[in-house]
Design a protein around this ligand. Structure first.
Ligand code: SAH
Length: 403
């Protein structure tokens, strides 16, 4: 196996994402994307640009994130005259699901259509009393891991804070009364730490008690191991860290994760050692297992040596096979044996059960051809789940393929 990192998308891919000279995202008409503003920035905007009061700004902010206003007209806590002023200089971004697919195991996959025609996905995973949303941070991904389908797309562009934070907002709106998303994991499309500023702003909104009000203990950011950004994340937000280690030595990791050329496995582990963990917290190390590649007892021992001294949770992920890859998951007994080896030596280790495989919602499968879903008749079901139109008008609505 070998892979070469793709160059990052050039200026044009970022053109749609202009920040103005005060760091606010603006559209082509210069109108501010209100949902990309953290509470502090929102209040500043209301007070400085609109001459309104801080108290009214806070009510307006809650109106957006807790009452679900999808347009300036729906921001009914804002005085009519202020709303008219607001329409000249700002807009409300509302992410709408293009499609929702339901897996046999209860997992739901959302396809979101973005303003510029790109698409990203989120996956909602019910598991006992936990309801976890796996979210995307970029359209495509620049990291080019050899085994991951999202990597095949290359990086199209970063998501804005509003496009990230609207994923839990909009999924939450569709849930039955009393049901709430309990956990967020940044394990969807993209490398979250490659889009650090937007990610931090989106998660600030997700954690804000005036907005989505999620607990920082229930938010996990997963990374291929962008070493400097890991420290920066810790400095800015108290969320959990997951690291996709996926290999037990440098050569192995180089063969499947081109980022290793930039940040060696040793540098990554060193960064994990330095990562400021609150007491009782652990770093999750994701370890995708491939048949005959990284699945032996020697690998388990090397992994253990590598992680020695770091408060660790190892999460074994049997590889979800993708087309055009000469890779297979190990037989399940070998995954169990690997886990047994670690657990009996005192390492906290779980096996991630594959969810949503039938709808290509499993790890590394996001972005898979929607034609496949269409062929199996899932799209019709999806329209019904999403509450769009009648099932009979689906066949003449061509599904939008992801980028
Ligand atoms: N870019 C981030 C987050 C997205 S991927 C990261 O790499 O951590 C989330 C997890 O899915 C990662 O641990 C990744 O290694 C794993 N993954 C990717 N493709 C996979 C596949 N085909 N089968 C199983 N896991 C996969």
């Amino acid at each position: 196996m070998s892979a070469t990192a793709r160059p990052e998308a050039g200026g044009s891919a970022h053109a749609a994402l202009r920040r103005d000279d005060r760091g606010r995202f603006v559209d082509a008409q210069g109108r501010v994307d209100l949902k990309s503003l953290t509470r502090d920035a929102f209040v500043r905007f209301f007070v400085d640009d609109l001459g309104d009061s801080e108290a009214r700004a806070l009510r307006a902010y809650k109106c957006l994130w807790q009452d679900g206003a999808r347009s300036i007209d729906e921001m009914t806590t804002v005085a009519r005259a202020t709303r008219e002023k607001l329409k000249q200089v700002a807009y409300v971004y509302a992410l709408e699901p293009e499609l929702v697919l339901r897996s046999d195991d209860g997992t739901l996959k959302y396809l979101w259509k973005l303003e510029d025609g790109h698409a990203v996905e989120s996956v909602l995973i019910p598991d006992g009393d936990r309801l976890t949303l796996c979210m995307s941070s970029q359209v495509g991904c620049a990291m080019a891991c050899a085994f991951c389908l999202t990597g095949d797309l290359g990086l199209k562009r970063h998501l804005r804070p509003s496009e990230i934070a609207c994923q839990p907002l909009q999924v939450g709106r569709q849930l039955p009364a009393g049901v709430r998303i309990t956990n967020l994991v940044l394990m969807g499309m993209g490398e979250p730490l490659h889009n650090l500023d937007n990610l931090v702003e989106a998660l600030t909104i997700a954690l804000d008690d005036h907005a989505l009000n999620l607990s920082h203990r229930k938010v996990t950011v997963s990374t291929v191991g962008l070493v400097p950004q890991m420290a920066e994340l810790a400095r800015r937000l108290p969320v959990n860290l997951a690291v996709s280690v996926n290999a037990s030595n440098e050569a192995q990791r180089l063969a499947i994760m081109p980022i290793t050329k930039k940040h060696s496995l040793e540098a990554l582990i060193e960064a994990c050692r330095r990562f400021p963990l609150p007491s009782g917290k652990r770093i999750t190390f994701e370890y995708v297992m491939f048949d005959g590649f990284n699945d032996t007892e020697d690998d388990a021992q090397r992994l253990m040596d590598l992680l020695a001294g770091i408060p660790t949770k190892v999460n074994l992920i049997p590889y979800n096979p993708n087309p055009d890859r000469d890779l297979q998951p190990p037989p399940f007994e070998r995954v169990k044996a690997f886990q047994h080896y670690l657990v009996t030596r005192g390492v906290n280790c779980s096996i991630r059960t594959t969810r949503g495989q039938d709808i290509s919602a499993a790890c590394g499968q996001l972005g898979k051809a929607w034609a496949q879903a269409n062929a199996k008749g899932w799209l019709e079901d999806a329209r019904r789940i999403a509450g769009y139109g009648s099932t009979s008008d689906v066949s003449d609505t061509a599904p939008t393929p992801p980028v």
